[in-house]
Design a protein around this ligand. Structure first.
Ligand SMILES: Cc1ncc(COP(=O)(O)O)c(C=O)c1O
Length: 373
């Protein structure tokens, strides 16, 4: 059997990682400014992470969600404290799309409505409702195109208020910072007006922090820069540092009902040990402050490059917009300078390194970037 060919691949086989570096099978070392698509939070092969997962798999890797799992309770307690949403409850699943599916489903159970507002350039995943709220017709199959969604321009307060005032919108789903859309930031005024409009119209506010959360922006959640709170927050990527895991953080305004949500694998013992190791390292190594500091340094230095049209972002979630397509530049960075980076659309280079990136590693990137230009 061959693999179903859905990914355009670089001809590189990565076999090893350590911190912010990865190696291919020929032994070539690469600087990882991509974090495996914003997934690697505490760095590759962190010793504490290895120890926690190894011990757990040797003890109990999995048992079903029909019994008490104290590791889940520990994740919920620790996460609630560190992210500032102690009053919310946690539902654990396996992927970002699944987190958004559950968030939307829960919202609809809550207010009985079926219409959702999403924003232009939004990305929320590739399954059912998650892809329907994604603003990319190329990846929405006819079976997903059920007419639930109205896409609005980001940061347009009047249009958003008018739509919500219709009184029939179930939920608004919005990224803390748009990732796939090219590192687009919602403004404080927009987010505060959105929070108010959701409250006024009994509409659920879902913050998708799957890419921008878990400390990447220099705060635990990117929307915490905007001075608002969400009814539901979805997390994935960094939560398990590569172990497939995701979470839905749910406001006390929702009442849990047996059977409405559920999962076989979600929150299993092994996944929880990965999540606990990640939380340990984030706290012990002050990785959120590090993301803020190193991100600031990178953005300041990158703004000096006249070739870049605009530098956008927060913490270690940075977009570099060019006048021209960056496909060749990204390839030179990879093949000649041995740096992994990401891309958004045709003209935006995306930097999503592990949160442990040091100032020295950031400077190494800047030197290599200069050479690649
Ligand atoms: C903001 C956002 N939401 C949802 C997803 C989907 O996550 P997953 O690929 O784990 O389903 C992604 C993935 O890139 C994302 O960036």
């Amino acid at each position: 059997m061959k693999l179903f060919d859905v990914y355009p691949l670089f001809d590189i086989n990565i076999v090893k990682g350590k911190g912010c570096h990865v190696w291919d099978e020929k032994g070539t070392e690469y600087l990882d400014l991509y974090g495996g698509h914003a997934v690697i939070s505490i760095g590759h092969a962190h010793p504490h992470y290895i120890e926690m997962i190894s011990k757990q798999v040797a003890t109990l890797g999995f048992y079903s969600n029909s019994v008490i799992n104290k590791l889940q309770q520990q994740v919920a307690e620790r996460l609630g404290k560190v992210c500032g949403y102690d009053d919310h409850s946690l539902f654990l699943i396996n992927s970002g799309a699944e987190a958004n599916e559950n968030a939307l489903k829960l919202s609809s159970f809550y207010n009985g409505r079926t219409r959702v507002v999403s924003f232009s350039k939004a990305f929320h995943g590739r399954t059912s409702l998650a892809v329907e709220v994604t603003n990319n017709p190329k990846i929405i199959a006819p079976i997903n195109d059920c007419g639930h969604v109205t896409y609005l321009p980001l940061n347009d307060i009047d249009t958003m208020k008018a739509e919500l005032a219709k009184g029939d919108v179930c939920a608004v789903i919005i990224e803390g910072i748009q990732g796939v859309g090219g590192i687009q930031l919602p403004t404080d005024e927009f987010m505060q007006a959105l929070r108010q409009a959701c409250t006024d119209n009994n509409t659920v506010l879902i913050l998708d922090e799957i890419q921008s959360g878990y400390g990447r922006s220099g705060k635990f959640f990117a929307h915490q820069y905007n001075g608002i709170k969400a009814d539901i927050i979805t997390v994935a990527k960094g939560i398990g540092n590569g172990f497939p895991m995701a979470g839905v953080l749910i406001s006390p305004m929702f009442t849990p009902v047996y059977g409405q949500l559920g999962t076989t694998f979600g929150g299993n013992h092994l996944a929880c040990s990965a999540a606990l190791a990640v939380l340990d390292v984030i706290e012990q190594e002050n990785l959120i402050a590090n993301a803020a500091k190193v991100g600031e340094h990178l953005m300041t230095e990158l703004k000096r490059f006249p070739q870049i049209k605009e530098v956008r972002g927060r913490g270690l979630m940075i977009g570099l917009e060019f006048e021209e397509p960056i496909k060749e530049l990204r390839l030179r960075l990879l093949k000649e300078q041995h740096v992994f980076t990401g891309v958004s659309g045709t003209n935006v280079l995306r930097l999503l390194p592990p949160l442990c990136l040091s100032v020295e590693e950031a400077d190494t990137f800047l030197e290599r970037f200069q050479k690649a230009l």
